[in-house]
Design a protein around this ligand. Sequence first.
Ligand code: PEP
Ligand code: MG
Length: 747
Amino acid sequence: MVQASESESRKLLVALRDAMAEDSAGQARLNKIVKLTARSMGSEVCSIYLFRDTDTLELCATEGLNAIAVHQTRLRRGEGLVGRVARFNQTINTANAPASKGFRYMPETGEEIYSSFLGVPIQRLGESLGVLVVQSKATREFSADEIYALEVVAMVLAEMTELGAFVGDGDALSARHQKPISFEGLSAQEGVAEGAVYLHEPRVVVTNPIADDPDIEQNRLEGALDRLRVSVDQMLSDVRSGDSEQLEVLEAYRMFANSKGWRRRMEEDIQRGLSAEAAVEKEQSTARSRIGQSNDPYLRERLHDIDDLSNRLLRLLTGQGDDTGAEISNNPILVARNIGPAELLDYGRNLRGIVLEEGSVGSHAAIVARALAIPLVIHAKGILTEALNGDIILVDGDQGSVHLRPDEGVLKAVQDKIAMQRQAVDRYTKLRKKPAQAKCGSIIKLLMNAGLMADLPSLQSSGAEGVGLFRTELQFLTQNQMPKRGELVTQYARVINAAKRRGVTFRTLDIGSDKVLPYMAPQEEPNPAMGWRAIRVGLDKPGILRMQLQALLRATAGQELSVMFPFVAQYGEFHGAKAELHRAITRETKLGHELPSNIKVGAMLETPSLAFAPDQFFEEVDFLSIGGNDLKQFFFAADRENERVRRRYDTLNTSFLNFLEQIVERARASNTELSYCGEDAGRPIDAICFAALGIKTLSMRPASIAPVKHLIRRVNLQDVKMVINQSRDEGHESVRSSVLNWVKNNA
Ligand code: PEP
Ligand code: MG
């Protein structure tokens, strides 16, 4: 047996590189690799298995097994020793393969005469690409040195596979990243889009996995590590002292960047013939496959740190920055692990769609995507390892699915869907200037929800009569530090100017729950949606509320101010918030500032309790806006962010409609303006039902205005009310199907 020493390893890698450099086809290259590896390792057999699809491994080249088995022998992930190596991304080393757990005999290979078996995963960043195996007749376990040597070869193979070095005959050899692949994720913003992949953080491509001179690589690694440590220290000193969470993360980074074990392992890889960047990636892959199996959330979070530091190191070594020079096409679809709201705003409306591996429906990025009306699919697991810049990609935000490099059939189907949606948009454009007047003569006021300056142009294009809900917290969420009062005045004044005298109803900060400001210490609460949020924070810590009210008074000086408080659960909270407003008015008057010409003060009705508030509350409040997203979650006790339950209870559920009717009645009795601004107001069937129940103002996403108007104009609301009543009388849980059927036949 030849010793798998460091110098032997290096020689093998150099021979492999030379073999790769020859102008030969994928199969010929693989044949050379198995021959060279078997010789260098002193083993009778060396074989390469690659995945031909996500679940099937195929023997693609062998030295020592029957040649006839090549491209014939296939194993499922987890089947036999080879399948187990791939499934668990872990090496198997055994002196007696047939006696080992999971062994499966493949007669066509002729492997029965080989007793010892060493299989190592061919993996890149924890993703299994195949298995590299050596086998011998002698009954012995392979040494730690030999295992290491084979792992280094597998690493090089993984890089070469990634670079498409084995493109050739047979499915398992054709380049990855060429086949169509679909992902089932979750919808976070509806809409369908076709475009080209634009990776938010492109992967660093290691083009030189094998190096000639370990000393040079060693120096490169040391230089890059030094620079990495300096940049982590710099980040640490940049963090403002109060931000303990960020400090904690960076301290963990610093510890890792100084880790002797990490450095030693990379140095050993380099001594075996890997380049510095290949060594970094090998350790990153090993950490991924080790930690990736763990269910411990703390460890998984650390994996994120390791990935981030390794990527920084790779960028330092290769000189590839975030910007790899990839051009943004004119139809970019952003693909990322996760993204912050500020980064998303930088891309702005240029994006056709967004696909995230992680993310959540309630994340800030999702809120921004919704505000920009960009289709968003989250939880598209594995897309980052598959997608390359420029790949054709289809995002179906209605279904929550993504198709990468789609085949003709899928492409055609989605293009048809996009064309139909465009036709509908064209049809709707004609409606823009027409009123939302139902056949019975009732006029419904359609307003839009907004939260960013970027939303305001939609006021014109959608045909909305004004902004019914301006979520002020979005501006706070997208900044890294608390905005100053002057900045707020400017921002609100810009919003009002852009609205060109159409009214804007500002909602004061609704933070807490899922909306955590980056510069405020997060509260550990068992149930944040029912916790310290919105007006509760505003009343307990009135600093920000006061600043906001003052800014609103100044921004609307001389014009009408319409302001409402979020999440008011009882009369006293409204009273308290209104008292803050009056204090702000007194202060402004004392300072000699001009006041708004008129001030309307409203409350959001988001908790059932407010519907039962004393008459005095209804007398005092100028207007009420039903925040159906929250109201529904508390009415049905079903978390709006929990995918398991959030669609379980229909908005047109009879109980909910009965409740809404009571609210309408109380508002009517006290002559209080009433609107509905939850997401459901933007669904045409729901909208006509709300209107039929007597809610005459609806506020929704701009994209929903036209479809809602279109349906309102085709129905008689008294008829809709009759259908609702009849369905309720018949004891239906929800009136939806009755109304839908009626609309199909009558509208
Ligand atoms: C609501 O709860 O319906 C609402 C409009 O407010 P948000 O979605 O911002 O909580
Ligand atoms: Mg709400």
